[in-house]
Design a protein around this ligand. Structure first.
Ligand code: IPD
Ligand code: CA
Length: 276
């Protein structure tokens, strides 16, 4: 598969899906937002998550007919997933990452799509339609961002020392059993860094680490669709993304995520493990 050639139609597909979302509360009101509960605490899905996933899956199927399609809305929370490593080609898709932000008109959500070969991320696309910002990466060819049709800008993770770090975290909101651990890590790290952020979209958190807008990100449990594209962005921008144990991220089930620059990685790995 020519991954450079495939990247262009994938970006177009994802941006088309993002531009079709209702991007303001006025648009929701006109369309009536249908919100359903999923398993876990405060875990929601709307008709736009489902419609966007259907649109993306159909587009991916057309572009790579033999690929296995793994989209968030086809699986239950915590369910065992088809392991991307077992398939020559697969797509891992989050139609809306940051559904709660979307419902609340917080304007910080995205579409996240990754194309993998034998479980290795080859293309990652993360699109925030509110900013018209498209982050993308192609394995061994770098990570980039394009905003509103401007020329692409290459991404590099920051090389901030720990004391000046902007640390992003996710609260694993659907898993109350992880709250204690999450906040004990955070309490231990907060005095060591400049400040913390919790944005509500793990995929954008990873894109921001890749872009050097933030220095590090951790969350105790995420699903592959939350991090598949972001992992490649971070790696292609010169950083690392693994589990908090230091082991590789998983593609057949949820796991923890630690992502940051190479410089910070050994320091944060040690500190988060001491604090967990
Ligand atoms: C969620 C967001 C959030 C993170 C959750 C994710 P969703 O994704 O990325 O920031 O804290 O763990 O599940 O459910 O909005 O696609
Ligand atoms: Ca989602």
């Amino acid at each position: 598969m020519d991954i450079i050639a495939l990247c262009t139609p994938l970006k177009e597909l994802v941006m088309q899906a993002g531009k079709a979302l209702p991007l303001s509360r006025a648009a929701y009101t006109a369309n009536t937002l249908e919100i359903d509960d999923k398993a876990g605490k405060a875990n929601y899905v709307t008709q736009y998550d489902k419609q966007t996933q259907d649109f993306l899956l159909a587009g991916c199927k057309k572009l790579v007919p033999d690929a296995v399609l793994i989209g968030e809305e086809s699986f239950g929370t915590g369910e065992r997933l088809p392991d991307a490593a077992e398939f020559a080609r697969s797509f891992v898709i989050d139609p809306i990452d940051g559904t709660t932000n979307f419902i609340r008109d917080f304007r910080h959500s995205c579409i996240s799509l990754a194309y993998l070969e034998n479980g290795v991320g080859k293309i990652g696309v993360i699109y925030n339609p509110w900013q018209d910002e498209c982050f993308f990466a192609v394995r061994d060819h770098g990570a980039f961002v394009v905003q509103s049709g401007q020329p692409a800008v290459r991404l590099h993770t920051a090389s901030t020392p720990l004391s000046h770090c902007l640390l992003e975290f996710g609260s694993s909101p659907y898993y109350p059993d992880l709250q204690k651990k999450t906040f004990s890590i955070l309490q231990g790290l907060f005095p060591l860094v400049a400040d913390i952020r919790r944005s509500g979209s793990a995929a954008l958190d990873l894109a921001y680490v890749a872009a050097g807008r933030a220095d590090a990100f951790f969350e105790m449990r995420l699903s592959p669709w939350d991090y598949a594209a972001g992992q490649l962005l971070v790696e292609e921008a010169g950083g690392r993304a693994t589990r908090l144990s230091g082991e590789p991220l998983l593609y057949d089930r949820a796991c923890s995520v630690l992502a940051c620059s190479n410089r910070l990685y050994p320091i944060l790995l040690e500190k988060t493990n001491l604090l967990a």
